[in-house]
Structures are given as C-alpha cells and as structure tokens.
Design a protein around this ligand. Structure first.
Ligand code: UT7
Length: 330
C-alpha cells in the first residue's frame, strides 16, 4: 500500500510550575547534588502538586501544538496519548483530552509504551494519516512519574520529572516529514522496570500498599546496559532505513534519562554536542514527554531548520525502544 508523506506541523509543551532541585532532595533522602549530577546529569525537575493530573499538561501541550499548526479542534481526526501515568486506568487520558479541547470528531486512545510512548504513537499516527484514513493527528507524550515514585527511595526519586509534549501530524510534501522508523520490544527484560501492583495480577490491597508495590521498581544497571545498546542500534538502523548516514544528521534528540547514556551514544556515533539535544539537567527523565519536549526546545532555540535531518530515539519499560528519522518541514 502506498503511503503519503506525513510530518510534524506543530508542537507544544507544558510543565508543572514547581521545581525541585538536587538540594531539595538532599533534605528528604540520603543523597547529594554531586552524586545526582555526576551519575545522571540532572540538576532540577518539575514536580506536580497533589491533584494536578497528567491530562492538565497534556491539554496545554495539545493546545500549543494546534496553535502552531493552525489547526482547530474540529479538524483533529485522531488523538493518541503515550503515557504510563494516565489520570486513571480508564477512561483513557486521550478521551479526557478530546473532551477538554473540543475535538468532537476525533478517535482517541492511549498507548502504553513507557518512555518511547510518544514515538510509538507518532508511528501509529503516521500510518493512519499516511494511508489517507485520517488527515490530522494529535500525538501527546504526557507523564507524571512523580506520582509513582517512592520519595523515600533515593535510587528512583531523584531521576524523574513531570511534563507533557505534543505534536500535530499532517500530510506534507514529498521528501519532507517522517522518512523511516523502527520500533522494538524485549519483553523478557520487563522485570527490570515495573510498577508491580494495581493491575489484574496484583489488584490493589492493603498488603500491596504496605509492600510499596504501587511504586516504580527499577534495576537501574540492567536498564542502563539495555539503553546504551539500543540507543546506538536504533539510531544506526533508522538512519540506514532512511538512506542517511551519521554525517547527514543535523540533530539527534535522544530520550533524556541519563547524561552518561547520551554521551555513550554520542561517542559511539561520533556526534559533537552541537548535534545532540540535552535538556535533562532542567527536566530530569520525563518518560514519554522527553522527546516532544526536546523537539519543542530545539525548535524554539533555532536548532532545527527547514530541510534538516533529525533523529528521535528512545527506550524504556517493557523493555521497549523506538527511533524515527525525519526531514523537517512541510
Ligand atoms: O527511562 C528509562 C528509565 N530508567 C533509566 O534510564 C535508568 C538507567 N540507569 C541509570 O541511569 C543508572 O543506573 C542510575 C542513575 C539509576 C544509577 O546509577 P549507577 O551508576 O548505576 O549507580 P548504582 O545503581 O550502581 O549505585 C551505586 C551506589 C549504590 O550504593 P552502594 O551499594 O555502592 O553503596 C547506591 O545505593 O549509589 C547509590 N545510590 C545513591 N547514592 C546517592 C543510588 N542512588 C543514589 C542517590 N544518591 N540518589
């Protein structure tokens, strides 16, 4: 089946107001600014207030993306939210966004693909718009991992931040837009990063709460090894599929989890700092929001121009990974 070119025509982002610095964490767990900065690259992150849910920022990010693309809510055919921190198990956060923005014609669903959730959603939307089924898709990555971390566990609580990023996908001219994509999963590694209870396997009970099974449980070193491997492999693979080389690349926007993972990829791919977006010092790991927020900032800073070749790459719980290569422009 032939598929028409699809690209990103607008982006938006939103973060909670409250900022927590490493010094703030020194007051609540046995950690130091030096440890957090040297082991992760994070200086501060935005943390939501009680009662401030994922959809609040998903909606703001969506409105920003629609404004930039010049799209009205009625024009949106499809809403996909990549999130593992939905407002609730159901209805989907996508349906909550649909109602709030007044996208009355849109189909809406969530995708559970952790940090690459926005990239998974983008590829699904590309297929649906590319096939001609829809003309305008809104893809959001929105996450509030602060709601799922144990603020007494120094291994995880310092790592994450809350944010939302969104993009509008529409048909674009030949040679522009998404050039290639790769999606992958290694479910066998799922045990390394999970939230064990609250689903059908271990429904919520006084015991699951007492055993802290509603918090993120992570084997950081195993996730780290997986991340280093797939960041390189996925970037190389998507460039090859797009018919590009590393030299062609104008900007890499990697998932912002750990500066050492990003620097490892830069070294292996021989990419200088001018070709890599890094903002985790200010946001921490915002899971599915990390790539669209990075895209927003890169555009705002003038780091992406018409015709530029950009690769977006991410990894996360599942374990899953994803990469998209695109040529910027309409
Ligand atoms: O989006 C995907 C999500 N996850 C990831 O990408 C995580 C990938 N993994 C990582 O980024 C790193 O593994 C971490 C940043 C999570 C941990 O860094 P590490 O260099 O692998 O440290 P480690 O787990 O080997 O821990 C080393 C030491 C331990 O102490 P002992 O056992 O050597 O005495 C930890 O208890 O560092 C300790 N530690 C801390 N110390 C101060 C762990 N967290 C902290 C902390 N402050 N916040």
């Amino acid at each position: 089946m032939s598929i028409r070119p699809v690209g990103i025509t607008g982006v938006g982002m939103s973060v909670p107001e409250r900022v927590m610095t490493n010094a703030d964490f020194e007051k609540i767990v046995d950690t130091t600014d030096e440890w957090i900065l040297s082991r992760t690259g994070i200086r501060e992150r935005h943390i939501s207030e009680p009662g401030e849910s994922t959809s609040v920022h998903a909606i703001k990010a969506a409105q920003g993306a629609m404004a930039m693309a010049g799209v009205t809510p009625e024009q949106v055919d499809l809403i996909i939210v990549g999130t593992v921190t939905p407002d609730m198990a159901f209805p989907s956060t996508a349906c909550i966004v649909q109602d709030a923005i007044g996208a009355t014609r849109a189909a809406a669903f969530d995708i559970s693909a952790a940090c690459p959730g926005w990239l998974y959603g983008t590829v699904v939307a590309q297929q649906m718009v590319g096939s001609g089924m829809y003309n305008c898709a809104l893809v959001i990555g929105a996450e509030m991992l602060s709601k799922l971390v144990d603020f007494t566990d120094r291994n995880t609580c310092v790592l994450f931040g809350d944010a939302a990023g969104a993009a509008i996908l529409q048909p674009v001219s030949e040679g522009r837009g998404i050039l290639a994509s790769v999606l992958g999963a290694e479910g066998a590694g799922g045990c390394h990063l999970q939230l064990p209870a609250g689903g059908s396997r271990q429904p919520a009970s006084a015991e699951t709460v007492a055993n802290k099974l509603h918090y993120i449980h992570m084997n950081g070193q195993e996730v780290y090894k997986f991340a280093v491997r797939v960041m390189n492999e996925a970037t190389a693979l998507v460039l090859e599929k797009a018919g590009l080389t590393v030299e062609d690349l104008d900007l890499l926007i990697p998932h912002q989890a750990n500066i050492r993972i990003i620097e490892g990829a830069m070294k292996r791919l021989k990419l200088g700092p001018e070709k890599v977006l890094i903002n985790l010092d200010r946001y921490g790991n915002t899971s599915s929001a990390s790539i669209p927020v990075g895209l927003c900032e890169a555009l705002a800073e003038g780091r992406i121009k018409d015709g530029d070749e950009v690769v977006l790459v991410s990894f996360g719980a599942g374990l899953v990974w994803a990469a998209v290569a695109l040529r910027w422009g309409k």
